[in-house]
Design a protein around this ligand. Structure first.
Ligand code: 2BA
Length: 109
């Protein structure tokens, strides 16, 4: 058995949740926040038989889309004080970030 942790964009999450239900894949959905953009994203924890890992990865890959987001860096308060304006910068947010971990024990009481 493996634990898949998949971080996806909120915009892609509802379709992915539906696919998991249709395919009888059990998942826990967490509302999370990206450390860099400090924007909401969605993290799934999926405990799954090793034989179905690739199936899950394909689903995550196909429903996740890369998008451009804008972030405004903190205002520059350097000593010169010539230009303290912060301009938005473009950030490419990937489709999905996925970790596959071994599970030592799986129990349901
Ligand atoms: P965030 O941390 O909010 O990052 C959003 C996007 O900002 C990233 O997209 C990346 O393109 C960019 N970014 C992140 N850190 C950066 C930095 N130090 N300098 C420049 N650009 C940076 P993704 O790489 O597709 O990541 C999307 C989300 O997946 C991340 O949201 C975070 O929540 C999660 N994530 C990505 N890599 C991770 C990792 N190694 N461990 C845990 N979570 C991760």
């Amino acid at each position: 058995m493996k634990l898949i942790i998949a971080i996806v964009q909120d915009k892609d999450a509802s379709q992915l949740s539906e696919q998991f239900i249709d395919a009888n894949i059990r998942a826990t959905k967490l509302s999370t926040t990206g450390g860099f953009l400090k924007a909401g994203n969605t993290t799934y924890m999926i405990g799954i038989d090793e034989k179905r890992v690739d199936e899950v990865l394909t689903m995550v890959k196909e429903s996740s889309h890369s998008r451009e987001e804008f972030m405004t860096p903190p205002v520059n308060l350097d000593a010169s004080m010539e230009d303290t304006t912060a301009y938005p910068v473009k950030v490419q947010v990937g489709g999905a970030t996925v970790f596959v971990l071994p599970i030592e024990k799986f129990k349901q009481f």
